[in-house]
Design a protein around this ligand. Sequence first.
Ligand SMILES: Cc1cc2nc3c(=O)[nH]c(=O)nc-3n(C[C@H](O)[C@H](O)[C@H](O)COP(=O)(O)O)c2cc1C
Length: 162
Amino acid sequence: MSVDPQELRSVAARLGAGVSVVTVGWRGSVHAATVSTLQVLSQEPPLLGVTLHVDSRIAEAIEDTSTWSVSVLADDQGPLAEWLASPGRPVVGQLDRVPSGPARESSGRWLAGAAAWFDCRTVQRHLVGDHVLVVGDVLVAVEGDPTAGALIHLRGRTRGVR
Ligand SMILES: Cc1cc2nc3c(=O)[nH]c(=O)nc-3n(C[C@H](O)[C@H](O)[C@H](O)COP(=O)(O)O)c2cc1C
């Protein structure tokens, strides 16, 4: 017998995880979503993985587009993480009030003030229960301001760490 999903969610909330935003060019706009499942899966070759709920628009957008970006959020970017996780926000215009610049080698955008950025090209997709694990070849990896801290998701809320 498996553990109850609600119980799993509650126990897993004790795993502190760094918070990032995935952006991808999609249907003439750029879609963005907050994630806490980003992992460096391999250094050689350089591969990142992120798991996205199968019903999310970001999973659909990544399926439709070969390249995407990750902005690793800094300690003071909690409100941004909240906004880009809010259900029903419009795809068009969701980044209008979020300072950002074009990614170097992807269809997404780099959010200003982030601690680091990656551009990736999807090389594998695996359906894992109710999520899809997207594996990206890392095309570009850039560090942000060396004094920036991290945004951590722990016990259901985000907190900045320096
Ligand atoms: C701190 C935090 C971490 C999250 N991590 C993930 C994640 O790793 N994968 C995921 O599918 N959704 C994650 N979410 C939820 C998505 O951000 C949210 O469902 C978002 O609206 C994406 O769905 P959409 O593309 O349909 O808008 C997270 C939300 C928060 C607040």
